[in-house]
Design a protein around this ligand. Structure first.
Ligand code: UD1
Length: 421
């Protein structure tokens, strides 16, 4: 999948969306669970795994370490971890999916050494890892950086009290996966509370780890001497679900987000309700019914249970066609507004100032050639195209494939006019 050529997605406005769209397992959970498979020898079976480029690259990374990754059937991934692996993550693979930095903690804990290329920035700004490193040092690791490579060492990590400066998802995960094999008890204060962290903790517990409080701000880990391989079914992807929710809100219609967990999307569902969308839990997942016209509401991103930064491009695209003026504030990643220039090319009335954007809704947008700079920005441009006159041509659509399986198929099954060129 890494050799997939850049592609283009063409969108035209169409009828209201109708039907059930199946929601895959969470990208932001599976990448971390794959990192956790380095912690124990044996065969792991993961279910509800999305067929996306990021998973393929994480698989390549595990294979580069000497592990085996197979996809025997759709949605299932089997990982074989031999007794000995090479605890190293090279630049070519870390650079493709920056979430792979979370191999640092488990490799260090299990192998006593980890060499991981520094991740660098990405399309929405720098991705610092200082909190990850301070936490691992507090657990007894020695860390050196030379030639763009991080080397962490420790004969055996020891439990410690760690207070994160910010509830960073990645730092919480790296610390958690290191502490499970440390001697003694580790407490992570101000831990991130995302559903994907709860999923990772549940997987680690199946592997024999002792963890309390995952999903709250204080996570307590009692280190064990050894872990074993385990099976696990992933939580549904709340960001993928939010994407089809936004598509329905913008195009109109009634769609069921099959398998989505309303309890993982609480604040988002309340927000879209203020915009006039009905989004309620049902036996199949979440039922979404769009209004004639969306209403503008202010939006501010925050760590979970606040509104995820990943929802924001989708919300901005929705607000661009809502009735009224909205102020959108980004509190997680400073530079995450690049896609706004692309929406403006489509006739959206949006002004950004620092980490704020003022969105003045328009009845319709106007189809144009635009460029996807990252996964969610790309998806948001496609969503915007559903209410833009004429043709919207989204270039660099390979970014979308990093995070969405069968994106075009799922949208066309709902009646959208979308094709890949
Ligand atoms: C973040 C999002 C996550 C999203 C993912 C991919 C949050 C809290 N996290 O996860 O929901 O799925 O991006 O888009 O919204 N930071 C540091 N030093 C560190 C680690 C982080 O300064 O060592 C800063 C980051 O620059 C950022 C904030 O902390 O401003 C949150 O980072 P973090 O939660 O770690 O980001 P991701 O794990 O990448």
């Amino acid at each position: 999948m890494s050799d997939t050529p850049p592609s283009t997605i063409v969108v035209r406005p169409g009828p209201p969306l109708q039907g059930v769209v199946p929601i895959a397992g969470a990208k932001n959970a599976v990448l971390k669970l794959l990192a956790a498979t380095t912690l124990a020898e044996g065969r792991f079976v993961l279910r509800n795994v999305p067929d996306i480029a990021d998973v393929a690259w994480m698989g390549e990374l595990l294979e580069a370490m000497g592990m085996r990754v197979d996809r025997p059937r759709a949605g299932e991934l089997v990982v074989d971890r031999p007794a000995v692996i090479v605890p190293e993550a090279p630049y070519e693979l870390v650079e493709k999916t920056r979430a792979s930095i979370v191999v640092l903690g488990p490799l260090l804990a299990r192998c006593g050494v980890a060499r991981v290329s520094l991740p660098g920035g990405d399309d929405f700004g720098p991705r610092p890892i200082d909190m990850h490193l301070r936490a691992l040092e507090a657990l007894g690791a020695t860390i050196d950086v030379a030639h763009g490579m991080l080397e962490a060492r420790a004969t055996r990590l020891r439990g410690a009290r760690i207070v994160l400066e910010f509830p960073s998802v990645g730092a919480t995960e790296n610390t958690l996966m290191a502490a499970v094999l440390a001697r003694g008890t580790t407490t992570i204060e101000n831990a991130a509370r995302e559903p994907e962290i709860v999923d990772l903790a549940e997987f680690l517990v199946r592997m024999g780890a002792r963890i309390r409080g995952a999903g709250t701000s204080t996570v307590e880990i009692e280190g064990v001497d050894e872990l074993v391989a385990a099976d696990h079914t992933l939580v549904p992807d709340r960001i993928e679900a939010a994407t089809y929710l936004a598509a329905t809100a913008v195009a109109g219609g009634e769609v069921v987000l099959g398998g989505a967990r309303a309890d993982h999307m609480d604040l988002l569902l309340r927000k879209v309700e203020q915009m006039g969308v009905s989004a309620v839990a049902c036996s199949e997942g979440v039922r979404v019914v769009a209004p004639e016209r969306l209403r503008a509401v202010d939006v501010s991103t925050l760590p979970y249970p606040g509104l995820a930064t990943d929802y924001k491009p989708l919300l901005v695209a929705s607000l661009a066609v809502a009735d009224g003026v909205a102020i959108v504030t980004e509190n997680i990643f400073a530079g995450r507004f690049r896609y706004v220039d692309e929406l403006v090319r489509m006739g959206a009335d949006i002004r950004t100032e620092g980490h704020h954007a003022v969105v003045r809704g328009r009845e319709r947008l106007s189809g144009a050639r635009v460029r996807a700079h990252d996964i969610r920005a790309g998806a948001a441009l496609v969503v915007a195209g559903l209410r833009a006159e004429g043709e919207t041509v989204v270039a660099d659509a390979h970014h979308i494939d990093r995070g969405y399986e069968r994106f075009i198929d799922k949208l066309t099954a709902l009646g959208a006019s979308v094709e890949r060129r």
